[in-house]
Design a protein around this ligand. Structure first.
Ligand code: MN
Length: 486
C-alpha cells in the first residue's frame, strides 16, 4: 500500500511523524490536588499552584507517574529509571506561571513501537521516539465577550503524556491507523480515555515530502492540534500536495507551524516554527529528579491487561478468526469481551459474523457504542442458538435481531409470539412446492431442458409462499426430487 503523489516532475513520497498529547486519567492534576473533571464551571478546579500564586510549590502526583509508566510498557518502550522535569518558558495568558513544567532531555519513557493494522490485513511497525509527562495549559475563551478574552484555568496543570512517533509513517491511511491503534492501547490500559472531541487526545502532525528514492529528510511543517482521525488524514493529504506543488514551482518549504481548517480542508501558516532553544529549558528547581525502582516498574508490568495485539493473535488461534475479523473485534476492549461472551460454547466464526455484520450495522445506524448496545451479548448468543438448533432460519434470524433491538424482547419470545419457527416438516414444504410447480409448467420445462438457474427462481417463490420460514436446505432437496419426478 504505497502512497505516492504523482507530480509534474515525478513521484513524491510523504514522510509523517505524529506528536500526540494524551490527557492522563487521574482524579487530580500533575502537580496539585485540584480536580480534572470535564465540563466543570470555569475556574472551579484551580488550586493556588495551578494559578501560579507566588511561593506555591508543585507536588508530583504519583498516579500520573504510574500511568505514564503503564503506557510506556504498553508501547513496548524503555522505561527510564531517572527522568527530569524542566521548565519550558513562554508567555501566554492561559499560562500564569510563564512556563510549562515538562520533560525535555530526560523523558520518563524512551523508544518503543506500535504495530499498525492496515486495511488490507497487513501490519507495519512504527517507532515511538519518546513519551514525556507535562502540564496542560489553561484555555482562552475568545467567544464570551465581544471585546474581552476570558481565561479558564480548569485545564491548567492537568497531566498530559506527549507521545512522539518516529517519522516512520508514509501515508494518510497509516497516520489514521496509528492514531486508532494508539487510542485503542491507551483505552485498554486505562491511561487516557481517548476522547478526541473533548480534547483528551490531540494530535500535532509533522509532514514533509521528498522525491521517491531520496534518502534525506526535507523541511517539515507542523500542523497543530488536529482533533479527529479524519481531519488528520485530510490535513496530511492537503499539506503534502501543497509542498509538492511548492517544490515543483521552484519554491522552498519553510519550517513553520500551520493550522488545519476543517471547513476548507486546507492548512494555513500560524507562526514561524520555534526551536527548543527558544524556550530556555532548564531543570525545575522546585522538583527533584524523578527516580523509579525496578520493583515499582515490575509491579505495574504484572498488572497490565491483555493488549490488542496479543488478543488479536489469541482470537486467531483460539477461535480460528481471520486477521481482519480479529483486528476489528479487539479494537475496543468492551467489543472483544462482548464477542467472547457470544462465542463461548458456540461456533466462533458464526459469532464473529454476527458481530461484524448485523451488530456493527445496528450500532452504526443508531450511533451507539458497544456498551450501549440494545442487544446484549447473552441475548445475541441465544438468538444464534435458535439458528443452530434449526428453530429459525438464518434469514428470519436477521428480522428477529431487528425486533430484539427495537423491543428489548428476547429471541425465543419473539419467535413464539410471531410464529416464526422454521418449517422443516416435509409435508408442509412439499405442499408449497407442489402448488408452485403446478402453476409454472414453463419453468419446469426449462429445468428439464438443462437450465439449472431456474432452481433458484423456484426456491425464491417457495420461500415467499412460506413467509421465509421454510428450511432452505429441505426446500432445495424436495424441489429437486419433485422436478426430476415431474
Ligand atoms: Mn507538548
Amino acid at each position: 500500500m504505497t502512497y505516492v503523489i504523482h507530480g509534474e516532475t515525478g513521484d513524491w513520497e510523504v514522510v509523517i511523524g505524529l506528536e500526540v498529547h494524551a490527557q492522563v486519567i487521574s482524579e487530580a492534576k500533575l502537580f496539585s490536588g485540584a480536580a480534572t473533571a470535564f465540563g466543570a464551571a470555569p475556574n472551579s478546579q484551580v488550586s493556588l499552584v495551578d494559578a501560579a500564586m507566588p511561593g506555591m510549590l508543585p507536588v508530583l502526583n504519583g498516579v500520573c507517574v504510574e500511568q505514564a509508566v503503564r503506557t510506556g510498557l504498553g508501547l513496548n518502550a524503555d522505561i527510564n529509571m531517572t527522568s527530569v522535569f524542566e521548565r519550558k518558558n513562554y508567555f501566554y495568558a492561559d499560562l500564569p506561571a510563564g512556563y510549562q513544567i515538562s520533560q525535555y532531555q530526560h523523558p520518563i519513557v524512551g523508544e518503543g513501537t506500535i504495530v499498525l493494522d492496515l486495511a488490507d490485513g497487513s501490519t507495519r511497525e512504527v517507532g515511538i521516539e519518546r513519551l514525556h509527562l507535562e502540564q496542560d495549559a489553561g484555555k482562552s475563551l475568545h467567544d464570551q465577550d465581544p471585546r474581552r478574552t476570558f481565561v479558564d484555568l480548569n485545564r491548567a496543570g492537568v497531566a498530559l503524556m506527549e507521545i512522539v512517533s518516529k517519522p516512520d509513517i508514509r501515508s494518510p491511511e497509516e497516520a489514521g491507523a496509528y492514531l486508532r491503534k494508539l487510542r485503542s492501547i491507551l483505552r485498554y490500559l486505562g491511561t487516557c480515555d481517548g476522547n478526541m472531541e473533548q480534547g483528551s487526545l490531540r494530535c500535532d502532525v509533522n509532514v514533509s515530502v521528498r522525491p521517491r528514492g531520496e534518502n534525506e529528510l526535507r523541511t517539515r511543517t507542523e500542523i497543530k492540534n488536529v482533533n479527529s482521525v479524519r481531519f488528520v488524514m485530510q490535513a496530511i493529504e492537503w499539506e503534502a500536495e501543497r509542498q509538492v506543488s511548492a517544490y515543483e514551482a521552484g519554491e522552498s518549504v519553510v519550517q513553520e507551524t500551520r493550522l488545519y481548517d476543517p471547513a476548507t480542508g486546507e492548512t494555513r501558516p500560524m507562526r514561524a516554527k520555534e526551536f527548543a532553544h527558544d524556550y530556555r529549558y532548564f531543570p525545575d528547581p522546585d522538583l527533584l529528579p524523578l527516580r523509579l525502582t525496578p520493583e515499582e516498574v515490575d509491579r505495574i508490568r504484572a498488572d497490565l491487561p491483555e493488549l490488542p495485539d496479543h488478543k488479536r493473535d489469541r482470537f486467531m488461534t483460539q477461535y480460528g478468526l481471520s486477521a481482519a475479523d480479529a483486528g476489528v473485534l479487539v479494537a475496543e476492549r468492551e467489543m472483544a469481551a462482548y464477542f467472547e461472551t457470544v462465542a463461548t460454547g458456540r461456533d466462533a466464526k458464526t459469532a464473529a459474523n454476527w458481530l461484524t455484520t448485523n451488530l456493527f450495522a445496528l450500532l452504526n445506524k443508531k450511533g451507539l457504542g458497544i456498551t450501549q448496545s440494545p442487544v446484549s451479548a447473552d441475548a445475541l448468543g441465544k438468538l444464534i442458538d435458535l439458528i443452530a438448533d434449526g428453530t429459525i432460519s438464518g434469514r428470519i434470524a436477521k428480522d428477529v435481531f431487528e425486533i430484539m433491538a427495537e423491543s428489548g424482547s428476547d429471541a425465543e419470545t419473539i419467535v413464539t409470539e410471531r410464529n416464526l419457527k422454521q418449517i422443516s416438516d416435509s409435508g408442509a414444504i412439499e405442499a408449497a412446492i407442489a402448488a408452485i410447480v403446478a402453476d409454472n409448467p414453463q419453468q419446469v420445462d426449462q429445468f428439464k431442458a438443462g437450465n439449472e438457474k431456474v432452481i433458484g427462481w423456484f426456491v425464491g417463490r417457495i420461500m415467499k409462499a412460506t413467509q421465509g420460514k421454510a428450511n432452505p436446505q429441505k426446500v432445495n432437496e424436495l424441489l429437486r426430487q419433485r422436478l426430476s419426478d415431474a
